[in-house]
Design a protein around this ligand. Structure first.
Ligand code: FES
Length: 378
């Protein structure tokens, strides 16, 4: 450790590697600094000003996510000036759009009543759909933002609900830029960017078209990082389940062999939403359109749940024993009459390595042929 690479945070010295930001040094040492626009691994934009800290000798508060640690720097993360500035910035963000989780249609004067009223979801059916799953709301609670400090503004842009999977509600967008960063820097789809200027700023596609008319591939990465309710999965709002009523079940996506780690958000044994598990290989939270949105089939009323055997041109429901016995008999008949090389087996990238191994074992050892191939070579 080089002695000059020392930074003092809240009275304690910490070493840092040149290039590290104040936020990175603090986080590494379990010092909490709230963030909103910051995305780990991305170049910091420093737009939300929630991560402000006081640095000795500097007149203004600095965004810790975009300020590099320098030798001898003395930082304070929780002074009254810092707390007040963070609270004011949260109020400004809440006042910039339609954030009714805490600020709209709730006028109880005391913080506790106000908070309790907001928690009564039954009484507020028009609440923001991100209620309970919103970083801005969490911060508003943490910093005790008063609703009377937040003056509502009229939405400047209509809700875009013509897309197959994603609803864009610009009235709830705080222009933090996280969606733009992941679309451009992680997924490299380069579909969205900041458009217009000043009070009319908006996240736009090329030509400000709906996502469905753009190059968007609906990976949903933007939706996963949106810290508010500006981007929501398309669902019947009346049937939407509050986040605190869903159970998170970790599993592996079954669409292909990559093995992406996902959370199923489940209510009454029904999948309501899928998100990627962040910070875990192989997908680090990212998903494709199928993994993120292709789960309706699980509870679809037309889903086949029993084998079907065709008799006299018509399908009839059968048990698994009946179906497997029939397949085994027919394969044995074909092998006896035409030889094992008259049978071939195609396996799939959608099954596991172990299942693919068993498939080749079966065709070689049981059927007696090397006629095996894989859908990836078709
Ligand atoms: Fe640092 Fe937004 S988190 S400015």
């Amino acid at each position: 450790m080089e002695p000059q690479n020392i930074i003092n945070i809240n009275g304690i010295d910490y070493s840092f590697t040149p290039g590290e930001t104040i936020l990175e040094v603090a986080t590494r040492n379990d010092i909490y600094i709230p963030t909103l626009c910051y995305l780990k691994g991305m170049s910091p934009t420093g737009v939300c000003r929630i991560c402000l800290v006081e640095v000795e000798g500097v007149k203004t508060l600095l965004a810790s996510c975009s300020t590099q640690a320098t030798p001898g720097m003395v930082v304070k993360t929780d002074t009254p000036a810092v707390i007040n500035a963070r609270r004011m910035n949260i109020e400004l963000l809440l006042a910039s759009g339609d954030h009714n989780c805490l600020a709209r249609s709730l006028d109880a004067g005391l913080w506790t009543d106000f908070q309790l009223d907001a928690l009564d979801i039954e009484e507020h059916r028009d609440l923001c759909p991100a209620y309970g799953d919103c970083r801005l709301q969490d911060l508003a609670i943490l910093y005790r933002v008063k609703p009377d400090h937040v003056v509502p503004v009229n939405p400047k842009y209509d809700v875009e609900d013509v897309n197959p999977f994603i609803v864009r509600d610009f009235s709830r967008c705080i222009l933090c830029g996280r969606c733009v960063q992941v679309c451009n820097e992680i997924q490299v789809n380069k579909v969205i960017s900041f458009g217009y200027r000043g009070a009319t700023s908006k996240i736009i596609t090329r030509g400000d078209r709906a996502l469905k008319d753009s190059d968007c591939v609906f990976c949903g990465e933007c939706l996963q990082v949106c810290p508010v309710g500006a981007l929501m999965p398309k669902q019947d709002m009346a049937l939407r389940t509050p986040v605190n009523e869903m159970k998170k079940v970790r599993t592996t996506c079954s669409y292909c062999g990559v093995g992406c780690q996902i959370y199923l958000h489940v209510k009454d044994n029904r999948i309501e939403r899928v998100t990627g598990v962040e910070g875990t290989s192989p997908n680090l939270g990212s998903l494709c359109v199928k993994g993120r949105f292709g789960y309706d089939f699980v509870a679809h009323p037309e889903r086949l749940t029993t084998p079907l055997i065709k008799k006299d041109g018509e399908f009839h429901e059968a048990t698994w024993d009946e179906a497997l016995d029939l397949v085994a008999k027919r394969m044995n008949d074909i092998k006896r009459d035409f030889g094992p090389d008259s049978i071939g087996l195609f396996t799939s990238a959608r099954i596991t390595n172990e299942e693919n191994y068993l498939a080749q074992k079966f065709i070689r050892a049981v059927i007696g042929t090397n006629n095996i191939d894989h859908c990836a070579r078709l």
